[in-house]
Design a binder for this molecule. Sequence first.
Ligand code: AMP
Ligand code: MG
Length: 352
Amino acid sequence: MRWKKWLMLIVSLIVLTAAIGCSSKQPQMYEFNDDRFIMDTLVHVRVISEDKLLGEEALETVFDVFENIHSLADRFAHDDTSDVTRINMQAGKKPVQVSDETLSMINRAQYFAGITGGAFDVTVGPLVDIWGFGQEHRVPLEDELEAVLPLVDYQQVEFDIESRAVFLPRAGMQLDLGGVAKGYATDMAVERLREMGIKHAMINAGGNVYAVGAKPDGSPWRVGIIDPRHDGGIIAVLNVKDQAVVSSGDYQRYFVQDGKRYHHIINPATGQPAHEMMQTTVVFDNATDADILSTALFVLGRDKGVEFAIRHGEMDVLFVTTEGEICYTGAMAGYVEFTGEGNYRILKDISL
Ligand code: AMP
Ligand code: MG
């Protein structure tokens, strides 16, 4: 029975070494969580750090960044801190000098407006207003839509990077950065977290998610994709590291009239809420582009959206159409898990 003793000794030694190895490699980690309502949405931040002070500071930093971007992009500010309010007030009058942040958002938005044929359009403000998103919801009359459609045209926006001037040449034009500001704030916050030395964090600003690094054990963050027709339901989980996962949906701001759903993502060409999608999710290396694209692809609809996603192959997409189909790009197959919840037909990946 001597060999048994030896075996026990060897096993104990292995376990002990592993334990020592673990404790020296993995210091005690602390988790910090908080939610705040900013930019009309719940911003949820989760930071994991071995340094308690740093972790708490990191949470505050993220919220500060969101408050700052909100104050610049707010369309209904009561003072002159908001670039967007100032630009809109001077529409048809004179150019307005704006912050670097506002200029970056407009610049990026204009780039994607160009390559999506205007599906993404930051001058959509008058349409958002006429449907009452932000105020009292209502279905506008045909005449009212006809009257505001000429004011919606990203090509008319004049902006100059050098002088940081932005000008809406027609009175009544209204800039609306609602489709990009949350993603941009997310990227700014992630940059600050990285500068602070934070290695594990997750930000979720109303469906604009960024996963910083991996979890402390090296496994990916798990991002739930919500069921567009069932509150609290999750249709899929994406396992990601250092990536943005941004969803747009017809369930975020909407109203139902005479059995028909009207929501906040407007097709600038028709003035009507885009009707082919329930939800679009874009996975990309930055949240600004992913935010713009999730909105733009929602407007483009399934076929054009799929074509765009394949042509610009560096991103992955997952669409839930109003026909109840789920389709996704091929590379996502490596990190998506479907929960089977909801009554959707999952189509084969769309890039094959
Ligand atoms: P998101 O939640 O990122 O999809 O953005 C939707 C928000 O963007 C809306 O609440 C509007 O403020 C704005 N928006 C709506 N339609 C468009 C559009 N076609 N292009 C750009 N922004 C839009
Ligand atoms: Mg967006």
